[in-house]
Design a protein around this ligand. Structure first.
Ligand code: C2G
Length: 751
């Protein structure tokens, strides 16, 4: 057997198929797969699927460290060469052929390819041709290579002997595999093909004492011991970052932030094997470790004021720093040298001063460099000033749709609070445009200084979307999250791949939602979805939606007449409201989406204008201002109208698509039509739905303007046809609504 691919398996079924498919589709078949299941059963069904495409041998062990599992794989490998492949990763189609050809051409001890990072499964990765999102750069400068520098290179001069070239390659390999990895954490045995006899002759194995970072000593020994090596940057190893570190964390995601001890333990092993601090491998590894100590460990010591914690860390750091070769420290730069000196002297004061000044300098650089300079200054003021000022105990801060409108549940909570407790609270509304409000309230623009101030100091916060990432939850703060719709489109942790948002979405959402104290669930269905999809186990307010109180108000008919008058729609005309949602894949830039109007309003005018008018209402993400010239008096473009609930009240028929508006509109028990011209794409490609649109909707799915017109002309027939489904739908989604949601939420939150 030429090659053994060692694959540790730990129950990651959702990834394993991609991994094995990438092996089954290799351009060569001179390899075996050694799959070692650790602490779980061998996934027989998946193995069976690949039985005739791959030569797989399986092993099971109760040992759970990746070091032990890989050793079992190595011990059982029959190949002359061995490569490690994590079962959540996959390979380019010619990876094995490329590395093997290179390895045998000179009998290399090891050869390596290139690691590409991705958040996506294989089909999406291939489709986007390696659409990759880099991890956010570390906040502190690393002082090492930048992404574009991360190449394997060596310079050959004419007249270089074969031996010199070999040495240059070894030196370049050390640089590439150690120094040029983004962080010390990224130093890995993945993406490398090792000659088995080289490993056994040198007794290179994974150290089973190590739970994490066993790759470090393994790789350092290999680089230190090798005589011949080479690299091919076309051989791609594709490393997947898990987008769900909560349910399906990768090994590195399980460590947590404070993995200091694991790192030092692994470093001890490195120095145990590669003792000479002046050796090429140690110098490179040490430089990487210095980056970690300076940019992460040092600031962590400053931030944690617990004296025992600090002491516990400082002693071993001091010992480690004493081991660095003087030359390695010397080339590290002025700041690093001073900090290392302070580490060695265990001088906490100096460490705090140096890292504190560095932190301030980093802020200053970010501010000077821009772009978004002013925003950085505001964030700085938030973190260093506002958050330290006393909390304003009677201030309620409210925001709806990111400050775009005075609307939705926060509006109804605000009005009801004023009615229930006149004069008790002061209100601050986040609104981008100055708005006439029915009760006194300060208005601040999103991202203004005032906004940051009230985000830091308000005791009560009532939002219908997520707050920004930099928000710090203060002791005593009460956060009421109303959310903005019963979920139809799959949310957060129910999404498999996150292609429509940042791949960090799940993690970020998880962190943000930990700040919420109360979450409104308008119905049992939402409660169940939120619990799972938001991983939310704090109290939910189960009284219906505050924003739907108006739809059950006793005076809703007189309200409707007043609204109709306000927007200029004739009393005698019936109203069709067209309120579609946004499309994840049609946008100008983040937050600014396109909308291609597929409804032929001219045709509708011809057929319906005697009896009806149409209100056009695009989603708040839509940046396009739809052209309605020639349709005056028939079409009213109320896309900028603050509160859609008021538009529900004045309409007789709703046309929508995949928008949560239909759950709310159902409160009125009025007819609904679904203009779902791109159903397949929306359901199968973009999002996936929680309900079966074809079976469970209380109205017909329509695909052309003609069908829409026909349904409106025969609306009584539609009503009759859907009456039973409508009743069921109403009970399921509107059952908790009684017009008192605002009041009940207020009683629970503003005790
Ligand atoms: N909305 C609106 N006008 C539209 C569409 C939506 O005013 N044309 C408002 C409604 O209040 C709706 C809310 O925006 O309930 C959310 O819109 P959705 O179309 O459902 O889409 P999205 O913003 O992606 O939210 O759980 C809810 C989901 O997160 C959906």
């Amino acid at each position: 057997m030429d090659i053994s691919i060692v694959v540790p398996y730990h129950g990651e079924d959702i990834y394993l198929k991609d991994c094995l498919t990438s092996l089954a589709e290799q351009s060569v078949d001179n390899f075996e797969v050694v799959l070692v299941a650790s602490g779980v059963d061998i996934p027989g069904n998946i193995i069976d699927e690949f039985a005739d495409k791959l030569n797989i041998r399986t092993f099971r062990t109760d040992k759970t460290t990746v070091s032990a599992v890989r050793n079992i794989g190595m011990d059982n490998a029959l190949g002359d060469y061995i490569a490690f492949l994590d079962c959540d990763d996959y390979l380019s189609w010619d990876y094995i052929e490329k590395l093997y050809t290179l390895a045998v051409s000179e009998g290399s001890d090891f050869v390596f390819g290139k690691i590409e990072n991705t958040w996506y499964k294989r089909s999406i990765y291939l489709d986007h041709n390696s659409k990759k999102v880099e991890e956010e750069e570390d906040e502190d400068e690393s002082g090492d290579e930048t992404d574009s520098d991360r190449q394997f290179d060596f310079e050959i001069k004419s007249g270089d002997s074969a031996d010199t070239i070999r040495k240059k390659k070894l030196y370049g390999a050390g640089k590439y595999l150690l120094l040029r990895r983004k962080t010390v954490q990224n130093i890995t045995v993945l993406g490398i093909l090792f000659k088995k006899s080289f490993l056994t002759d040198n007794d290179i194995r994974f150290d089973e004492d190590l739970v994490y970072y066993s790759d470090w000593p393994f790789l350092c020994r290999a680089i230190a011991g090798a005589i011949v090596c080479d690299g091919d940057k076309e051989a791609l190893y594709i490393k997947r970052t898990h987008n769900d570190p909560i349910h399906m964390p990768s090994l590195i995601q399980t460590i947590g932030k404070d993995d200091f001890e694991h790192r030092l333990k692994a470093y001890e092993k490195v120095t145990g094997y590669v003792g000479d601090a002046q050796s090429d491998v140690r110098v490179k590894f040490d430089r990487k470790l210095i980056t970690y100590l300076v940019s992460e460990a040092g600031p962590a010591i400053r931030k944690n004021e617990d004296k025992t914690w600090r002491k516990k860390r400082l002693s071993p750091i001091s010992d480690v720093c004493k081991q660095f070769a003087a030359e390695t420290v010397k080339v590290s730069g002025f700041y690093r040298r001073r900090l290392i000196k302070a580490f060695i002297a265990k001088d906490i004061k100096k460490i705090c001063r140096l890292t504190g000044n560095k932190n301030l300098r980093n802020w200053a650089v970010r501010i000077i460099k821009g772009p978004g300079r002013l925003k950085i200054i505001k964030e700085f003021t938030y973190k260093h000033r506002y958050i330290k000022q006393p909390m304003l105990d009677n201030v309620v801060l409210l925001e709806s749709f990111f400050g775009k409108s005075y609307s939705d549940s926060p509006k109804y909570i605000f009005e009801k609070l004023n009615d229930m407790y006149p004069g008790k609270y002061e209100y601050v509304w986040i609104l981008d445009k100055k708005t006439a409000l029915p009760y006194p309230a300060k208005q601040v623009k999103r991202f203004s200084f005032g906004y940051y101030k009230y985000m830091a100091r308000s005791k009560y916060i009532v939002f219908n979307s997520r707050q920004p990432k930099w928000f710090v939850k203060r002791k005593g703060n009460v956060f009421l999250e109303t959310w903005h719709g019963t979920p139809l489109k799959k949310l957060v942790f129910d999404m498999d791949e996150v292609v429509s948002a940042s791949p960090m979405y799940k993690k970020t959402f998880y962190i943000q939602s930990r700040s919420w104290d109360y979450l409104v669930a308008a119905n049992k269905f939402s409660e169940e979805v939120f619990k799972r999809a938001f991983v939310y186990d704090k109290p939910m307010l189960k009284y219906g939606y505050p924003r739907n109180d108006i739809l059950h108000a006793d005076n809703r008919d007189s309200l409707a007449s007043a609204i109709k008058k306000k927007v200029g729609i004739p009393k005698d005309k019936k109203v069709v409201l067209y309120a579609p949602t946004w499309r994840d894949d049609e946008f100008y830039e983040s937050g600014k989406y396109k909308f291609d109007l597929k409804l032929d309003l001219h045709k509708m005018k011809k057929a319906l204008s005697d009896e009806y008018v149409v209100i056009l209402r695009t989603h708040y993400f839509i940046a396009d201002n739809l052209d309605v010239t020639g349709l005056e008096g028939f079409v009213y473009n109320l896309s900028k109208y603050d509160d859609i609930a008021e538009l529900y009240l004045i309409s007789d028929i709703l046309i929508t698509d995949y928008s949560s508006v239909f759950f709310d509109y159902a409160n009125l028990k009025r007819p609904m039509l679904f203009f779902t011209y791109d159903l397949d794409k929306y359901r199968d490609v973009l999002r996936g739905f929680y309900i079966d649109m074809e079976k469970e909707l209380p109205g017909p799915l329509l695909f052309t303007t003609e069908e829409i017109i026909e349904s409106i002309q025969n609306i009584n027939t539609v009503n009759a046809k859907y009456s039973a489904i409508y009743n069921e739908f109403y009970d399921r989604f509107c059952g908790w609504e009684d017009g008192h949601a605002s009041e009940n939420c207020i009683k629970a939150v503003f005790k």
